[in-house]
Design a protein around this ligand. Sequence first.
Ligand code: ASP
Length: 597
Amino acid sequence: MAESMKGLRRTHRCTEVSNKNIGETVTVMGWVQKSRNKGGIIFVDLRDRSGLLQIIFEEGDVGGEGFAKAEHLRSEFVIAVVGRVEARSGAVNENLITGDIEVRATGIRILSEAEVPPFPIEEDSKTKEELRLKYRFLDLRRPDLQRNIMLRSKVANLTRQFLTEEGFLEIETPMLTKSTPEGARDYLVPSRIHPGSFYALPQSPQLFKQLLMCSGYDRYFQIAKCFRDEDLRADRQPEFTQIDMELSFVDVDDVIDVNERLLKKMFKESIGVDIELPIQRMTWAEAMDRFGSDKPDLRFGMELRNVSDIVKNCGFGVFTGALEKGGSVRGINANGQAGMPRKKIDALVAYAKDFGAKGLAYLSINEDGSYKSSFAKFMTEEELSALVKALDGKPGDLLFFAADEDEVVFTVLGNLRLEIARNLGLLNKEDYKFLWVTEFPLLEYSKEEGRYKAMHHPFTMPMEEDLDMIDTQPGKVRAKAYDIVLNGTEIGGGSVRIHQTDIQEKMFEVLGFTKEDAHERFGFLLDAFEYGVPPHAGLAYGLDRLIMLMAKEDSIRDVIAFPKVKDASCLLTDAPNIVDEKQLKELGIEIMPEADK
Ligand code: ASP
């Protein structure tokens, strides 16, 4: 018996009713969270996206028919209630926004009945995520998810507000397009009209936003869906959202300035967090040297120290061997961890090996100042105390050392530092530490392909002072590229773009693109540059990750209404799926037998 709403109009969301309304008649609508029949009096917790409100049904107020309906209620029924707001008759519930009031029902309609849900609709669900994702429409009723989705909407709105006030135009760019230069695999869409041809879904609006600059729109933004068919990883989504922007007639500082003010407004007005401006900046080289990472988590110390000079003549072959091969020896200090059980240390060694370490040397400083270490016997007393001093070692500290190529040492210690911090509970989610990482290398050498690749993308401007090294030492050239990092996560990144044809041609040459290759892929942008291009720069945020950090969640799936799982499928809709033979025929597509499971 689903009734209609005819003649009824909702006056309040559940938690919009407060003690200011006592004595008034209100109409509320929502889902039954819980209903308790105490014989002659029925208590119902009514839920909508704002929260809970207690309703009381007694036959004297709601009438015989109304009371019978109230008796019939079960969890997740959708109801409308008309009633009088009263002060709570029982104890005040401090945990509820509406804990000091209740609504005495004078009318009820059952708008919809409900099956028993496959899992309870409650905060901090213990239900397996797989089941929740299959019934995402129910999962999305849970208060924690509702808060996240509302936060997301709020942040999107604040972004639009701020950027519009700053003179940005919101402009849409196509979803059906040609390959973009972000370097991941494209999602392809077959064309029916042009059999054998494919659109690519955009990995980012990069080329279009640069075209918009050529067209004079001078400040663009878009909250844009992007698609990257990358390898499976637990916290990656094949489609994700960027806050994307591009500005003309600007340099690095201008982009940073407008984005710092955007972040400040966003954090203050959505989650009440004050960001102190200016945000700290660090060059890429310094970030690697001090933290072994291009996205350092600054919520704790444990910085890397280079001890190569101290150990260069020592008798420990692991150290000297790495140095002879041009590598380095670096260490970190886990303060106060000298008593770490052997089992935990072994686990850290195993962890380090996962990141390419051949081993991990360690040394603990006993309370009496003596050392316990696997490699002490290969070292002089002076070398040992110099090592300890370099890491500010004090009694009770535990020092770890890695010796290898720089790249491996950074990866190993950078990750070890994080793992130790996680184990020690040093990562406070309430603490928001921002950092700009600047002056990224322009290129990175790909061992597999035996050539340089653009670290950001091929349109990123080299730093003017490094331009003369581009032929001789391309790997040393720094770029006008920057990332914004929050608590060890890259939340956004961008660069100043190349707008001079000669530099762009040089860049393609270094990347090993012939003129024809470049024209084949990006010809329309290069053509546009022939007709008057302003200097321009931009940045894009990963909105999902940003909201995840703001919501203090561990997974981006918890801030996306309808996420996919690790294998890129959607448990709710069963996408991707096979299609009709007829659809394939129209597209001129035949499935190879080995792919046809
Ligand atoms: N398109 C770039 C990216 O997706 C961002 C930018 O350079 O603005 O990483």
